[in-house]
Design a protein around this ligand. Structure first.
Ligand SMILES: NC(=O)c1ccc[n+]([C@@H]2O[C@H](COP(=O)([O-])OP(=O)(O)OC[C@H]3O[C@@H](n4cnc5c(N)ncnc54)[C@H](O)[C@@H]3O)[C@@H](O)[C@H]2O)c1
Ligand SMILES: N[C@H](C(=O)O)[C@H](O)COP(=O)(O)O
Length: 319
């Protein structure tokens, strides 16, 4: 059986701590240890400090590897003083997985700006930070739910910068990392990929942009000739209805919202963010810190739970 999951606190002013507490109380889907400051857990949480992630705790009790953060958490009000602790929890989780004491990292939501303001966090998000902690691994972000898997080829950059960032090299790396991960972690021997175009109507034959003609379509043809099941560039507005989704196993999209709007529309509760290409398993819920409902007991734990289930299943498949 794999080692426990390492679950990070996330921004303690967000819904991360309350989700972890709820899931432990109601029965976690896998052995887990929470890395955070116990002061940030909701009042009445049954928790037990452990020295070793493998240390058993009674059912319904949250196992905690305590980290002392600089400040108490005020739900809904991010505090830059807690940025260092939030980052340290992620680093500790990765160290535990790299040491073999945990089998996967499940990250609760962070607020990128709060980390930048509070600790000079130099990364756009977890994905890039985890790649850095993994020694500069080439990674992609996938959002997955039972009905759909999507990969945004460009992630947390301004829309105005997307065309310049979209290069044949980036697209090739995204295609190859996604294809390999679908084989390794999702059990698909011959994965089928579909690529969205960048422009409306996939460029309309060049009338609405040339990225499709100049490099997206030629790249797809190259992979087709090499034997990969890959189609596109497809008009993004007609590739996410049920019949279209049945024709592929993952959709690669050219920018963040082109990928994330459909999956969070289809299954916000069941969507999971999984980082492909890391030397260890990492998942995260598909939502953020939800400051508007933090601390009020309104947050749905489903996506966090789904992230734990996917991490555990991937860890099992890799043992
Ligand atoms: N995995 C991550 O670390 C992650 C993911 C997405 C966004 N973020 C960050 O979170 C912050 C806020 O982002 P946002 O406002 O765009 O998105 P958000 O997901 O935090 O919130 C969007 C809306 O969805 C609701 N919502 C979110 N999760 C919910 C849940 N579990 N149950 C019920 N309702 C829920 C919120 O209340 C809010 O109304 C930003 O800093 C963003 O970068 C982090
Ligand atoms: N783009 C992600 C989403 O909307 O779910 C989110 O910002 C998380 O990104 P990181 O895992 O890189 O923090």
């Amino acid at each position: 059986m794999p080692a426990p999951l390492a679950v990070t606190s996330g921004d303690p002013s967000g819904i991360g701590p309350e989700l972890a507490a709820r899931i432990a109380r109601d029965g976690a889907p896998a052995p887990m240890v929470w890395i955070g400051d116990p002061r940030h857990l909701p009042e009445g949480t049954r928790w037990q400090a452990v020295d070793d992630p493998a240390q058993p705790v009674p059912g319904g009790v949250l196992a905690v590897l305590p980290l002392t953060f600089a400040a108490p958490a005020r739900p809904g009000r991010p505090d830059p003083a807690n940025a260092a602790g939030t980052i340290a929890a992620i680093e500790r989780a990765v160290a535990l997985v790299q040491a073999g004491e945990c089998s996967a990292v499940v990250t609760a939501p962070i607020n990128k700006k709060a980390l930048k303001d509070g600790a000079g966090f130099a990364f756009p998000g977890h994905t890039e930070f985890l790649a850095h902690l993994a020694g500069g691994a080439e990674v992609v972000m996938m959002l997955a739910c039972p009905e759909l898997r999507v990969v945004p080829v460009t992630i947390h950059i301004p829309l105005a910068e997307v065309p310049r960032a979209l290069t044949p090299d980036l697209l090739s790396r995204s295609i190859e990392i996604t294809h390999a991960a679908l084989q390794r972690d999702f059990g698909l021997a011959e994965p089928r990929l579909a690529l969205a175009g960048l422009n409306p109507h996939a460029g309309e034959g060049g009338a609405m942009g040339r990225e499709e003609l100049d490099f997206i379509a030629p790249l797809i043809r190259r992979y087709q000739h090499a034997g990969m099941q890959i189609t596109g560039p497809l008009p993004a507005d007609t590739m996410f209805h049920p019949a279209a989704r049945a024709r592929y196993d993952a959709a690669l999209c050219m920018y963040h919202d082109q990928a994330l709007i459909p999956i969070k529309t289809i299954d916000f509760a069941g969507g999971v963010n999984v980082t492909l290409g890391l030397p260890f398993v990492r998942t995260s819920p598909d939502h953020g810190t939800a400051y508007d409902i933090a601390g009020r007991g309104l947050a749905d734990p489903a996506s966090m739970r789904a992230a734990m289930v996917m991490a555990w299943d991937m860890a099992l498949a890799r043992t």
